[in-house]
Design a protein around this ligand. Structure first.
Ligand SMILES: C[S@@+](CC[C@H](N)C(=O)[O-])C[C@H]1O[C@@H](n2cnc3c(N)ncnc32)[C@H](O)[C@@H]1O
Length: 214
């Protein structure tokens, strides 16, 4: 069995889902397994990184471009001592399921709006972590800008579709365009403390994971 799906079934969240069928349905969607493996790729990094810190620290985690919010919901369950900010600009989405998770706040916001920079910088937490899962094109660049321009200490990014302009693909017969795009993004991060790794447990060919900290 896929390691991340095993972690998901062993996390105990399935018992919780029995109490709220609309959320159970979200986790039973056709594409849910892919989203769950992406979320657990990030959760495993956070588990490792937070483990060495005192759990009584106040930690805020931003799910940038959260969509349905698989990562926010799973993190709410696993990191119940953190505050989750699930951010998306989509106004048509049903967000009722977020109410079920007391440590998740849905922020309907355009991440390109400068308001988000002040919002992050004015928060009073010991640690602020930015997460962007399957951030496409310009949104991936924006998530990195938010890391570079705010006091957030950590960034975990799983890039998705590449931006063709102004990013120009200049590789010929070496690697693939997704890897080149991921490396391009990696180079935009203004800290020496960063790694990029292909995670083959993620059920998607878009499986490069970038982790950076200040
Ligand atoms: C490919 S989906 C990824 C959803 C989620 N992170 C996941 O992996 O399940 C990208 C999400 O980013 C949101 N998004 C795109 N541009 C945005 C922006 N400028 N501000 C806020 N959200 C944005 C979209 O509405 C969409 O929900």
């Amino acid at each position: 069995m896929n390691k991340y799906l095993k972690q998901y079934t062993e996390s105990g969240i399935l018992n919780l889902l029995e109490y709220y069928l609309p959320i159970k349905k979200i986790f039973e969607r056709k594409k849910a397994n892919k989203e769950i493996t992406e979320a657990f790729a990030v959760i495993n990094i956070l588990n490792r990184e937070i483990k060495y810190q005192q759990k009584d620290k106040e930690i805020a985690i931003f799910d940038l471009g959260c969509g349905k919010g698989y990562f926010s919901m799973l993190s709410s369950w696993i990191f119940s001592y953190t505050e989750l900010f699930a951010c998306d600009y989509n106004t048509n989405m049903d967000i009722g399921h977020f109410d079920f998770f007391s440590n998740v706040t849905y922020e309907q916001i355009n991440l390109f709006d400068t308001k988000i920079i002040n919002f992050i910088n004015e928060l009073d937490y010991d640690e602020i972590i930015l997460v962007g899962i399957h951030s496409c094109k310009q949104l991936a660049i924006r998530n990195i800008e938010l890391f570079n321009q705010t006091k957030a200490q950590k960034l975990i990014l799983i890039p998705c579709c590449e931006l063709k302009n102004p990013y120009k693909r200049q590789i010929y017969g070496i690697g693939n365009h997704y890897d080149a795009w991921s490396l391009y993004l990696f180079n935009q991060i203004l800290t020496e403390h960063k790694i990029i790794k292909k995670d083959l447990t993620i059920l998607s060919p878009k499986n490069n994971v970038i982790y950076a900290y200040k």
